[in-house]
Design a protein around this ligand. Structure first.
Ligand SMILES: [Zn+2]
Ligand SMILES: [Zn+2]
Length: 264
């Protein structure tokens, strides 16, 4: 059994709850400790039952409440070496026994959950994506990346659930009010995935095993949930996939828990 719930998603803060029968994790903690605890309680998961906190990279929308959560709930905090270095001052004091290293590309076992990591192209220090495996179930969490490398494409085959970034609509971004350098950063190879790029990569990732797609980390300024959904589904349909029949497509909400999945 593998449970997944998006607690919050987007540049205002990211957090994902991942659980098995025995193991309960928080992945990213980009909200205040108070809001994270409230979101966990809202989905019936006790913050005190968490066993670990994993961090994908050091941007504030992923680490804002990480130090507080680690201290308040005595959580081992897992991050890559470059993330530790970059985030150190912003995390506050973390107990030595709670400072754990995530491999940039590797695997570790936490309780009955296998966690695999791989590097993603993003303008942070040592950012990673995740695959979580429990029994026969497997889910990937891949947000904050400028493009999907062939290696990542390969790793995402044959999974039950794909959580992929659909950050922006290209037209909304280019016509929007962001300053030019920021537009270039978002569009760039170490920025964020657009809706159309997400669709292009999903075409290459989807296999009959994949039953759930979650579109995540939508931009508040440069995207709309319906637009992301329609763009991705229309493009997948055009290439012979059947969203809604072969697999479901959901869009993660920005501020409140959504996309609760129980894979058995
Ligand atoms: Zn982010
Ligand atoms: Zn980021």
């Amino acid at each position: 059994m593998l449970e997944i719930c998006m607690l919050a998603s987007g540049s205002s803060g990211n957090a994902v709850y991942v659980a098995t029968e025995k193991t309960k994790l928080l992945v990213d903690a980009g909200l205040s400790g108070k809001r994270l605890a409230a979101a966990l309680t809202e989905i019936g998961a006790e913050p005190t039952a968490l066993q670990a906190l994993l961090i994908s990279h050091d941007h504030n929308d992923h680490i804002y409440g990480a130090g507080v959560m680690s201290r308040r709930y005595r959580l081992p905090l897992y991050a890559t070496e470059p993330t530790w270095k970059a985030a150190k001052n912003r995390l506050g004091k973390i107990a030595a026994e709670h400072c754990r290293r995530l491999p940039l590309c590797g695997r570790l076992v936490i309780g009955d959950l296998l966690v695999e990591t791989f590097p993603v192209p993003h303008d942070a220090a040592g950012p990673v994506g995740f695959i979580f495996r429990s029994g026969k179930q497997a889910a990937a969490l891949v947000t904050d990346l400028g493009y999907v490398t062939p290696y990542i494409l390969d790793r995402l085959q044959q999974l039950d659930c794909i959580i992929l970034e659909a950050n922006h609509d290209e037209e909304m971004l280019m016509n929007g009010s962001y300053p030019w350098p920021l537009k270039q950063r978002i569009k760039g190879n170490t920025g964020h995935l657009s809706n159309t790029l997400a669709a292009e990569y999903l075409r290459k990732i989807l296999t009959p095993k994949t039953k759930y797609v979650i579109l995540a980390h939508l931009s508040e300024q440069n995207n709309l949930p319906q637009l992301a959904y329609d763009t991705v589904c229309n493009r997948l349909e055009a290439s012979g996939h059947l969203p809604g029949k072969q697999f479901s497509v959901q869009v993660a909400r920005r501020h409140t828990p959504s996309c609760y999945l129980r894979l058995v």
